[in-house]
Design a binder for this molecule. Structure first.
Ligand code: CA
Length: 257
């Protein structure tokens, strides 16, 4: 499928081995990519994550997209989730994480904007190095930042599951945002915590290194997370920028920038 400016992407999701429903949602557009992880009883989490993705999808393909537009879409999603929770008592208290990246215009040229609210993550993989770009909004991550827990302790801490920011929870939202120019040959991984709770970084990096096609890479990561326990819903989006075509019959045009 053709995408903007040499971008190729693919996604996969699985309910896992424990949960009865999949409350994650993913967006693979032409220039906007996202993962949302819903929370709330009576399937309300599915409603919240779908609303988050729906508001981000409205941005997709806009050539004049600005970083502030992404923040505004997240604010609108926050309002929509809260309004739905007020209108439907069984959905009260539902929320969703939202993280991803979008191609925007900034300082007169294409840039990535990476955004995050909650504990889903965006990683960048380039030159054999996997780097977590987003900071989790969880009590465990904030305790690490405060020096109260080590990274290793945080990985198994009960505070890991306490989210400090999410869409739908408060009247105003405070997503994080990073803006930087694209670099040919980079690969991004967007994922819900059902991936990072099951697989260590080196295993994730090995799949991103070895599986060239973005959709195949997403499927392989999800498969491994389910095999490793699948204790949560797991959702992965892989986005490539300026990489060689993965398949011989691929006719997607791309710009080598
Ligand atoms: Ca989750």
């Amino acid at each position: 499928m053709a995408r903007a400016d040499g971008v190729r992407a693919g996604a996969a999701s699985d309910v896992g081995r424990v949960r009865s429903s999949n409350e994650d949602a993913a967006l693979v557009g032409s220039s906007v990519f996202a993962v949302a992880d819903g929370m709330g009883g009576h399937a309300a989490g599915e409603v919240a994550s779908a609303l988050a993705v729906e508001h981000l999808r409205a941005l997709d393909g806009r050539p004049d997209l600005r970083p502030d537009d992404v923040l505004e879409a997240l604010a609108e999603a926050n309002r929509a989730i809260r309004a739905a929770g007020l209108a439907h008592p069984e959905q009260a208290g539902m929320g969703a994480t939202a993280t991803g990246l979008a191609l925007v215009r900034f300082a007169g040229s294409p840039h990535w904007v990476v955004f995050n609210i909650g504990d889903s993550r965006v990683y960048r993989y380039a030159g054999g190095v996997l780097t977590q770009l987003t900071a989790d909004h969880s009590e465990a991550a904030e305790m690490v930042a405060a020096g109260a827990l080590t990274e290793e302790e945080a990985r198994y801490s009960r505070f890991r599951n306490v989210i400090t920011r999410a869409l739908g929870v408060h009247a105003t939202t405070r997503p994080d945002q990073w803006v930087f120019p694209p670099v040919a040959g980079e690969r991004f991984l967007l994922c819900s915590d059902g991936l990072t709770g099951e697989l260590a970084d080196d295993e994730v990096a090995a799949v991103l290194r070895d599986v060239a096609d973005p959709e195949h890479a997403a499927r392989e990561l999800v498969r491994r997370a389910v095999d490793a326990g699948g204790r949560d819903n797991v959702t992965v989006v892989v986005v490539d920028y300026g990489l060689g075509d993965a398949e011989p019959d691929d006719t997607v045009p791309r710009t080598a920038s």
